[in-house]
Design a protein around this ligand. Structure first.
Ligand code: HEM
Length: 411
């Protein structure tokens, strides 16, 4: 008997994500059609071992032909982000930016991260409903990114508006307003970078603005000579803007939704909150479990560079392949029969929320630090956490966005 094919077309239906429950569809896909063809012209891959294997093989599954379903068929004169590059260009970019994310750099940020979180958490009133999205999840990661980039932390509301303008569907602004905001962001960030070229400081913008791409081991520059930076061999203006915009956007949408979605699910699981209050050693495993549970980046895409197979499915050269991280993170074959249960003590927890392979998230250590800090400060202050209304989700098939999460924290 042939299994009934799950409705794979639903994967691009915004309503599936707004309802917050794509998980029954993922489970059906994993069971019967782990590599399923979607009518918009891509393979959807839903199982953990296959998603991880594709992520580690950029020669067979490249990123330069787009990482989102909406990008199928696009080509770029210069890569819009480093996520859209493959080795050796990607390796060169990665070497340039990695020093800014070294564990020692992240450790240096710990005091500042704690201070920012404490100010926001101190404003939460015990026993009163609070929408955690504007109260904490939006401002906190933006303020941290400002510090990382070495720009004035008071700027965060502008950064918020700019970053929302980059992501289609995140704001109600018409295209011309989004274009204007993106132009403003570009000018601001390039202005900061040019200032750091003249007088470098101890921040990531300075690392990038003064980095010499050729001496880092690559022979080719990204964009053409008309984009050249002030000194031969330095990152071009287009490359600098690409890095800075990506850091600004990648670092806040994701962490924001980890915090909102993570606290909302803990509110639904009071015993798990109590377990954390009883044993703080569980906070790091809880962060991994909340990453697994919320999977802030639902999926990213690759394109096959040659004929290949995934499982038993033949894949043609040029076929796009969607890596469903959110499904891989619930794969029973890896997480066991309780894959659908939230367990703050889950260990091991090979969640794929930061991707896998050469593009593994550069900001993972920072995001983990932010989540641990928030959890610890909230656990210090509040004995219980309860929901105060339904969670309102965004309709995005890419980012597991939470628009509103009203919660009650009680001392
Ligand atoms: C919970 C928070 C976060 C999640 C879930 C997340 C998720 C991801 C994922 C899935 C990728 C892989 C892209 C791919 O395979 O094509 C990635 C890459 C990346 N992330 Fe994150 N991210 C988070 C936080 C951050 C932060 C805080 C920063 C920076 C401040 C950051 C910067 C980056 C960068 C630069 C890349 C590109 C790496 C590359 O292409 O080599 N992310 N992230």
């Amino acid at each position: 008997m042939t299994a009934v094919r799950p409705d794979v077309e639903q994967l691009t239906d915004p309503a599936l994500y707004q309802s917050g429950d794509p998980f029954a569809l993922y489970a059906a896909l994993r069971r019967t059609h782990p590599v399923a063809w979607h009518g918009r012209g891509f393979w959807a891959v839903s199982t953990h071992p296959e998603v991880a294997a594709i992520g580690t093989d950029p020669e067979t599954f490249c990123s330069e032909r787009g990482i989102l379903v909406d990008e199928i068929g696009s080509t770029y004169d210069s890569p819009p982000t480093m996520m859209h590059t493959d080795p050796p260009q990607h390796t060169r970019y990665r070497r340039l930016v990695q020093p800014g994310f070294k564990p020692s750099m992240v450790r240096l940020m710990e005091a500042g991260v704690t201070k920012k979180a404490r100010v926001l958490i101190d404003r939460i009133d015990s026993g009163e409903p609070v929408d955690i999205v504007p109260a904490l999840s939006i401002p906190f990661p933006l303020q941290v990114i400002c510090e990382l980039l070495g720009v004035d932390g008071e700027q965060w509301p502008r950064f918020y508006e700019w970053s929302e303008a980059v992501i289609p569907g995140e704001s109600d602004n018409p295209p011309e307003v989004r274009a204007r905001l993106q132009g403003e962001m570009w000018e601001y960030l390039i202005g900061v970078a040019n200032a750091r070229r003249v007088s470098p400081a101890d921040d990531l913008v300075s690392v990038l603005a003064t980095a010499h791409s050729r001496s880092e081991g690559g022979s080719q520059r990204g964009p053409g000579p008309e984009d050249a930076g002030p000194e031969d061999g330095q990152l071009s203006e287009a490359e600098l803007a690409m890095f800075l915009i990506q850091l600004l956007v990648a670092g806040n949408e994701t962490t924001r939704n980890l915090l909102s979605g993570g606290l909302a699910v803990l509110a639904d699981h009071p015993k798990q909150w109590a377990a954390l209050r009883a044993d703080r050693a569980l906070v790091p495993t809880a962060v991994e479990e909340l990453l697994r549970w919320t999977t802030p980046v639902i999926s990213f895409m690759r394109t096959a560079t040659r004929p290949t197979t995934i499982g038993r499915q033949a894949i043609a050269e040029g076929d796009p392949v969607l890596l469903l991280y959110a499904s891989a993170n619930r794969d029973e074959s890896v997480f066991g029969p309780d894959a659908d249960r939230l367990r703050v003590d889950r260990n091991p927890n090979p969640q794929l929320s930061f991707g896998f392979g050469p593009h593994f998230c550069l900001g993972a250590a920072l995001a983990r630090l932010e989540a641990r800090t928030v959890l610890n400060l909230l656990l210090d202050r509040f004995a219980t956490l309860e929901p105060a209304g339904p969670v309102v989700r965004t309709p995005s098939p890419v980012i597991a966005g939470v628009r509103q999460a009203r919660l009650v924290f009680t001392s």
